[in-house]
Design a protein around this ligand. Sequence first.
Ligand SMILES: CCC(=O)SCCNC(=O)CCNC(=O)[C@H](O)C(C)(C)COP(=O)(O)OP(=O)(O)OC[C@H]1O[C@@H](n2cnc3c(N)ncnc32)[C@H](O)[C@@H]1OP(=O)(O)O
Length: 480
Amino acid sequence: MGGLRYFLIHPHVPPIHPLSRYFPSPLSCLGRFLDSLRLSRVSFPPMAAFQSDVPSVSVHPHGSRRYGAVSGGSLGNWHLPLWLVPNRSSSTSFVCSVLCLLYAFSCGPAYGLSRSRFHARLFWACSWAASFPPPPQVPKSPLMLIPVGVNQFGRKEQSKGTALNHSVPPLLDALLFISSKMAALIWRCSFTRAKARWLHQRCLSLYNSSHGFDETKIKEKLAQLSGGSIDLRKGENGIAELCINNPSRMNAFTGTMMIQLEERISELESWQDGKGLIVYGAGNNFCTGSDLNAVKAISSPKEGIMMCMLMQNTLTRMQRLPLISVALIQGKAMGGGSELCTACDFRLMTPGSEIRFVHKQMGLVPGWGGAARLIHLIGSRHTLKLLSGTLRVDPDYALRIGLADDILNYGDDRSLEETQKWMQTYTKGSPLINRAVKKVILSGREKNLEDALRTEKEIFGTVWGGPDNVQALSKGTKHK
Ligand SMILES: CCC(=O)SCCNC(=O)CCNC(=O)[C@H](O)C(C)(C)COP(=O)(O)OP(=O)(O)OC[C@H]1O[C@@H](n2cnc3c(N)ncnc32)[C@H](O)[C@@H]1OP(=O)(O)O
């Protein structure tokens, strides 16, 4: 079959396995991914054509190993097979294919963070399996969607299936062969690129649909809770200013502000000239967390968890920006506001300002990632004190426990300018070198030693012999 792969439609709607809650289907992710590729122009034959005679191979979408294999099934709007069963009568080819899949599954690279590693491996294995050339037997017609008549040696296939039981003129043979090759190549290229993009996004975020995170749904809900804005100004000096702007509610986060924050972070992710980021609040006040009206409107635990996933994704992506970030804390940083400031690399406080984790008094615990990040910053003992005692952390206390990095002179409009000056020490040089510095810190902070060392080596490779390096050498820079 000339390197072609079979695309089989699997009409079987698999049962919902009780474990599916805990092992959300990687196939549903792939379905969404395919949807996002907008491939609707690629039409597959209608399901009805394949109602019978489908392979009885256990195809279970929830990855339960008890069921053996992985396979197609329902993928969002797609009913695509990931697992191709060439001929159900051929147990050898099936066993062979399963072995290949298992091999790919065990050896395939694992992308993403540890929680998603299983699914990432599975995903990789599935794509690998999908590109595996089918064995020489020709499947029966209900399973065959692309009847192509020549193999790579130019010889006609010995077809058992009805679709190939006719003679094809040689020219048509050749045309079919070439066009199928081209189609396969285009598909593979676009698939690889889209997969890389998808994996990149997946690595930056913590949650996706495989964790039960329905981003569209929670954003629809949050869009109804309007007010305030998140304003971004990208400076020519490479320092961006991100303003939490809802002064009438002391910069509390409404639903639309949560959505906008995510959009601004996306904008910053694609800003190649950036070196630094200052996060501050309008009206000389940092942020008092969630808007209490929004808290009331999303009171169900399910929606609360979705909101929490969205904010954790956004703040994690903010923390992973290749920019050196500073929270300028004026006035109050409270509840979610105190969590927000922990997602920055540095915290500068103005006289009279305070950070306060008031969650306990609200019958809550931090949910935007504040507790986990705070432990990294000041240790679990201090974190326990701040959370359980809902302590007011003034600039001196914050400096003492290592939560703040400096105390500024001014608490008014001049503090932003002062922060810009403070940043200069840490953002000298080109964007390339500054971003590289932040990247090595990020990998050292988030990865295990071996992986971090490898990443450090890769980042080193991007600056060694680069413009900053060449310039420093040519100037004969001395470090007196
Ligand atoms: C992630 C989980 C969370 O973030 S839960 C939310 C945690 N935050 C809070 O509970 C803050 C509640 N607010 C307060 O305790 C006080 O407003 C604080 C911040 C101490 C300020 O007090 P004070 O200086 O007397 O000003 P004020 O109370 O008159 O407030 C001025 C206006 O701002 C509003 N405001 C403030 N914070 C929020 C908030 N989080 N959500 C909604 N509105 C907020 C106040 O309601 C007040 O508005 P108004 O003048 O009454 O219309």
